[in-house]
Design a protein around this ligand. Structure first.
Ligand code: SF4
Ligand code: SF4
Length: 347
């Protein structure tokens, strides 16, 4: 028999802004959703499961990841139940459930916990810089190695086990064996969705949004590669230097467009901004901006007299790598792509 969690909608409320109890089950939302189909019909089903407190059914479902938040359903809901925002809240709730450390749930629910974590990292970086006598050479060296080890550590100890848990909840079934070769045969699905996010194009009027996201994903991944593997801050190669400038500028410009959109609240997508949404766009924007100026100061030979700039960049980098990437909105990028692969496997 299905387990019922009577406090589920209350629990879910701390992950977003919606009013599922207003829903009278008309089905308009599902009818207008261009990503919903016979096999995966949403968002009404998710609204019903939430109202009924069937949290286990939601935990084992991939449907919240199939919604790309165009907001069409919220605009047409006659009861203003905000089904699009419910889908977004379910994704945050799922992220908290996949995360074995429990930190995602804590940070999503508590702004004060998030701010405390941010402040602690500020103190940690300043303490470290002071211990290095604010030597720019030593700080640049540490920053470079921090990026490498942070990527490897976060991926190995947090993201990989969380993806395994997602697989356990959504794909694993004792009675159905998926052959190993099927995993390999369908693996392309994961990378195609990870790099192109092409499912966004299925939403109406989404070409600009898709293009902005595509530029952002490519610039972000390339800047990561340029700084970690091509040592952007240390290189003298003019081609690598120029590429880094373009990537960091692109990140700053696109994220500033997103920040402006969230301030203006003109679209459904930007109407409700959770603190995790703000942190994601603002920190990514600051990363692009500070990286750009650090390299510019190196080229102008004035970074040594402005160590504070690199310390600010390092603080943003550390907060990004240790909070936003493993526990915040960044994980959407990962889980969405895995959801598409898992869906293909289940089929
Ligand atoms: S459109 Fe609104 S009221 Fe109708 S089923 Fe969807 S959420 Fe409920
Ligand atoms: S926000 Fe858009 S994609 Fe998501 S359920 Fe609503 S209509 Fe579908």
């Amino acid at each position: 028999m299905a387990r019922i969690n009577p406090g589920f909608t209350k629990e879910l409320k701390s992950f977003g802004a919606f009013d599922v109890n207003a829903c009278y089950n008309c089905g308009n939302c599902t009818a207008v959703c261009s990503l919903s189909d016979e096999d995966n019909s949403f968002p009404r089903k998710m609204v019903r499961l939430s109202v009924l407190g069937l949290d286990n059914e939601i935990k084992t479902s991939l449907e919240p990841w199939l919604c790309y938040y165009c907001g069409e359903c919220s605009m047409t809901c006659p009861r203003e139940a905000e089904p699009g925002e419910l889908m977004m809240s379910l994704r945050r709730w799922l992220i908290a459930g996949y995360d074995w450390t429990g930190l995602s749930g804590l940070l999503y629910r508590s702004l004060s916990a998030t701010l405390t974590a941010f402040v602690l990292l500020v103190a940690g970086v300043i303490w470290f810089a002071a211990a290095q006598d604010f030597s720019i050479e030593s700080l640049l060296h540490t920053g470079h190695y921090f990026e490498m080890f942070a990527i490897a550590g976060v991926f190995t100890f947090i993201l990989l086990p969380n993806i395994f848990r997602m697989w356990l909840f959504t794909v694993h079934d004792k009675n159905v064996k998926i052959p190993v070769k099927t995993y390999f045969k369908t693996l392309g699905e994961l990378f195609v969705h990870m790099f192109t996010q092409k499912r966004t194009l299925g939403c109406d009027d989404s070409k600009t949004r898709w293009l902005e996201h595509l530029i952002l994903v490519i610039s972000y991944l390339m800047l990561l590669f340029t700084t970690v593997f091509l040592d952007w801050f240390g290189t003298q190669n003019p081609f690598i230097i120029a590429i880094g400038y373009i990537e960091s500028a692109a990140i700053f410009i696109i994220t500033m467009l997103f920040v402006t959109e969230r301030f203006r609240k003109k679209t459904e997508v930007s109407k409700h901004s959770h603190p995790s949404d703000w942190l994601f766009v603002v920190w990514l924007s600051l990363m692009g901006l500070t990286a750009f100026f650090v390299r510019l100061f190196i080229d102008m030979d004035i970074l040594e007299n402005n160590v504070w700039l690199y310390i600010v960049h390092l603080i943003i980098l550390v907060q990004w790598a240790l909070i936003i990437v493993p526990f915040g909105k960044w994980t959407h990028f990962l889980y969405r792509s895995f959801a598409m692969w898992f869906l293909r496997l289940k089929k």
